[in-house]
Design a protein around this ligand. Structure first.
Ligand SMILES: *Cc1c(COP(=O)(O)O)cnc(C)c1O
Length: 425
């Protein structure tokens, strides 16, 4: 296995003699076969190959293979969005009547997916603090718990997830952990190395990095022994009648069962496929991910330090800021830097926050983060506006919170823009 910088540039696709150097965009919904029996083998999962882009496409597979390598996993798949990735990752192992433990500091869209939409599908969620003790994590797990879910660096609360601790408790209970690694990216943290079983991404963020294409990804570490807990994970460990009785964990082993089932069942039935065009754009982003992440984190820290010294700012949260509640975990899990996102409160509360944002010139107001261009958002009136004040506080989002995503511009220019916006308050 090559180092992360080399995988960013060259992973997932190795052209043969005379083939395109760049990943070709296979802009085709379908693939041609000489005989019906050739195609039947594909439908029965007896041979691997392409037949319809909703299931698999060569462009998508190359990019998914790169992401699998970046995370140190055995298999990966792309989805149309991060929402689809998290939905598929959980729904692949949890059905009606099951239970999932999630940290409360997660992206607002994911919180809504879990607490409203998946609850309607009969799956129950318990939300616990990412700062939970071993005993508190244990107390949240029930006999029907199928997964623990969290974000490496939470959006926008910026709490760090203690992967080792949660993985240890989860595994003692025969439960896998699913980690959304969108903010850290594999350049700054590889959750699988710390015990994560499934890693998800909104590739819309740093992986694409240019605000060009919405997308998601799911990576399997290939280590969770489904068969050892066959009663819990019947979907992976008993025959699937919709695929002529294939038992995924038997046929594809620990390394391939999760992603094969997720593709064969969920992608087949829900169809949240990433377009090959978007996969191509995502790959362009991945080629420079290691270079950009270093600058995002450097700018994030510089801006966080500036804000923490300003008398117009009431509080700043950035995991690498000395004295931050998550400082020790940030140093452990992200020793080379975290991300470009900084959360803070402007003195004067919600109204001052809105005034400050209006005064910014370089930094734009956007429902986005983790992009080459700096942007900011007031989550309480945007991504998290469906939440009650109580839920907002549990998610680590106070009503005055401004989420600033530092891009890869010059750090001093960003600080100058913030400075003039604060001075005009
Ligand atoms: C944005 C985001 C999502 C949702 O991803 P989309 O690509 O917008 O669907 C999920 N998790 C995290 C941490 C995010 O930042």
């Amino acid at each position: 296995m090559k180092r992360i910088e080399t995988i960013c540039v060259q992973g997932g696709y190795t052209p043969k003699n005379g083939e395109p150097r760049q990943i070709p965009i296979v802009q085709s919904t379908t693939f041609k076969y000489d005989t019906s029996s050739d195609m039947a083998k594909l439908f029965d999962l007896e041979a691997s190959g392409y037949f319809y882009t909703r299931l698999q496409n060569p462009t998508n597979d190359s990019v998914a293979a790169k992401i699998a390598q970046l995370e140190g996993g055995t298999a990966a798949m792309l989805t149309s969005s991060g929402q689809a990735a998290n939905f598929y990752a959980v729904f692949n192992i949890a059905n009606a009547g099951d239970h999932v433990v999630s940290t409360s500091t997660i992206y607002g869209g994911t919180f809504n997916l879990f607490s409203v939409t998946m609850r309607k599908m009969g799956i129950e969620f318990t939300f616990i603090s990412p700062a939970s003790t071993r005993e508190e994590i244990q107390a949240a797990i029930r006999p029907n718990t199928k997964a623990i879910f969290a974000e490496t660096i939470a959006n926008p609360a910026l709490t760090m997830f203690d992967i080792e601790l949660f993985a240890d408790v989860a595994h003692k209970n025969g439960v896998p952990i699913i980690v959304d690694n969108t903010f850290a990216t594999p350049v700054h943290c590889r959750p699988i190395e710390w015990g994560a079983d499934i890693v998800t991404h909104s590739t819309t963020k740093y992986m694409d990095g240019h605000g060009a294409a919405v997308g998601g990804a799911i990576v399997d570490a290939g280590r969770f022994d489904w068969m050892a807990h066959a009663d819990k994970f019947a979907g992976l460990c008993t025959p699937d009648d919709s695929y002529h009785g294939v038992t995924y964990a038997e046929r594809f082993g620990k390394e391939g069962a999760f992603i094969t089932k997720c593709t064969a069942q969920l992608m087949r039935d829900f169809g949240s496929i990433q377009s090959p065009q978007n996969a191509f754009l995502l790959n362009l982003g991945l080629e420079s991910l290691h270079v950009r992440m270093a600058r995002h984190a450097e700018n994030g820290l510089k801006v966080a330090r500036f804000l923490s010294e300003s008398d117009k700012i009431s509080w700043v949260v950035y995991p690498e800021l000395e004295g931050d509640a998550n400082y020790a975990l940030a140093k452990k899990y992200c020793p080379n830097g975290t991300c470009g996102v900084v959360s803070f409160g402007v003195k004067g509360g919600r109204a001052a926050a809105e005034e400050f944002m209006k005064n910014l010139k370089l930094i734009a107001i956007e429902t986005h983060v983790a992009d080459a261009r700096s942007c900011c958002l007031h989550p309480a009136s945007a991504t998290h506006r469906q939440m009650t004040d109580e839920e907002l506080y549990a998610a680590g989002v106070s009503p005055d919170l401004v989420r600033l995503s530092c891009g890869i511009e010059n750090a001093q220019d960003l600080i100058d823009d913030i400075k003039q916006a604060l001075e005009r308050l």
